[in-house]
Design a protein around this ligand. Structure first.
Ligand code: PLP
Length: 373
């Protein structure tokens, strides 16, 4: 069956399976570096195994293009950046995902490209940049301040010849937004996060609509060696089966928790795109299917109080990364490269536990640390 014959949630469950009688229901983890010749497959770094191909076809159907899976989100990002001719001009968010920032800074120092930093909320700045830059690298919602770019307006704006528009859509997942539908050329997922959803692997995916761009990125992946591993592809496919269910639950939890946190006297600020108080709520409401399961909030008091708070919580894990079935939170300013974040800012990845248990944990940790200064 084709993606057009069913809803995205059914595609997640149906796609990437063998279809001949007698075959297993799931594409098994094919652990092979090479294949008997002659045949369609030669070597796993080039063609992948059936396991990797199953994950890629699932992802392609979700995003609305053709997918290439990588060994991590950053392997996918680096593949895009390193495709740029020397002397290119890049537009990136003022505060992109920190490893993306590192990649941009390193290339600029090496004289490979120049970097412009734009406010994700400033649609006019991005549409103007589309006439002047070779790559627009958007990230929306952005880490960790949750700014939402007006993706349909930016991705469909007129561009100068050769300008590539790419969107890091990790925080949203294809359940919430599909940038290729708005006119982006490339969508990137760190499948490490919500796609795989169980905090047990690293993977990245690029999805594109243009065949020439696909071929270029495919050949770059052969040279860079960033092909996803077969076990990772197997687990990511298995995890993605429940992406629709997980997002439904964790987004519903996130909305309730954001409202309760916002009303709590010991919370100074909540940043969640679903809250009317959020600075880019209007962008989010205009095109996203839901508001995702990521938020950040500031506790009242000092950075020490914020540390005590995340360490006191018992159900919510004090851990970096995000997008697992389990809730995690961390004090963002303690992460290398994130020292400029507000000292009291907590990034919160809302999981699928019962909402009342998550709330009880937050409320108890706030009460227990109210006197820490
Ligand atoms: C995690 C993440 C990445 C990098 O992905 P890895 O799988 O860790 O390499 C890029 N962008 C965003 C928004 C992320 O959350």
């Amino acid at each position: 069956m084709e993606r057009s014959e069913m809803d995205l949630e059914s595609w997640l469950i149906w796609s990437g399976r063998p279809t001949e009688s007698g075959e297993p229901l799931n594409t098994p983890p094919v652990l092979a570096s090479n294949f008997r010749l002659p045949g369609d497959r030669y070597y796993t770094r080039t063609e992948g195994t059936p396991t990797q191909n199953a994950f890629e076809s699932l992802m392609g159907g979700l995003e609305g293009g053709r997918s290439l899976a990588f060994s991590s989100g950053m392997a996918a990002v680096a593949c895009v950046f390193h495709a740029l001719p020397v002397g290119s001009v890049l537009a990136i968010p003022e505060d992109p995902y920190h490893a993306v920032n590192g990649l941009a800074v390193e290339g600029e120092e090496q004289g490979r490209w120049t970097v412009r930093r734009l406010d994700l909320a400033d649609t006019a700045a991005w549409t103007a940049a589309a006439m002047e830059c070779d790559l627009l690298w958007l990230e929306s919602p952005a880490n960790p301040l949750m700014t939402v770019a007006d993706l349909p307006a930016i991705c469909s704006a007129p561009r100068r010849d050769g300008c590539v528009v790419a969107v890091d859509s990790t925080f949203a997942t294809p359940v919430v937004q599909r940038p290729l539908e708005y006119g982006a050329d490339i969508v990137m997922q760190s499948a490490t996060k919500f796609i795989a959803g169980h905090s047990d692997l690293l993977a990245g995916v690029l999805t594109v609509t243009d065949d020439e761009l696909f071929d270029d990125l495919y050949h770059r992946r052969i040279r860079n060696g960033g092909t996803i591993g077969a076990m990772e592809a197997f687990l990511a496919t298995r995890g993605a089966r429940t992406l629709g269910l997980r997002m439904e639950r964790s987004m519903a939890n996130a909305m309730v928790l954001a409202e309760r946190l916002e009303a709590h006297p010991q919370i100074a600020r909540v940043r969640y795109p679903g809250l009317p108080s959020h600075d880019t709520h209007a962008h989010a409401a205009s095109f996203m299917d839901g508001y995702g399961a990521m938020m950040s909030f500031d506790v009242t008091g000092s950075g020490e109080r914020a540390s005590a708070f995340v360490e006191t919580a018992r159900l919510i894990n004090n851990a970096t990364s995000l997008g697992g079935i389990e809730s995690t939170m961390e004090r963002r300013a303690l992460i290398p490269g994130q020292e400029t974040m507000p000292a009291t800012l907590i990034r919160f990845s809302v999981g699928c536990e019962h909402v009342d248990d998550i709330w009880a944990d937050l409320d108890a940790a706030l009460a227990a640390t109210a006197n820490v200064d």
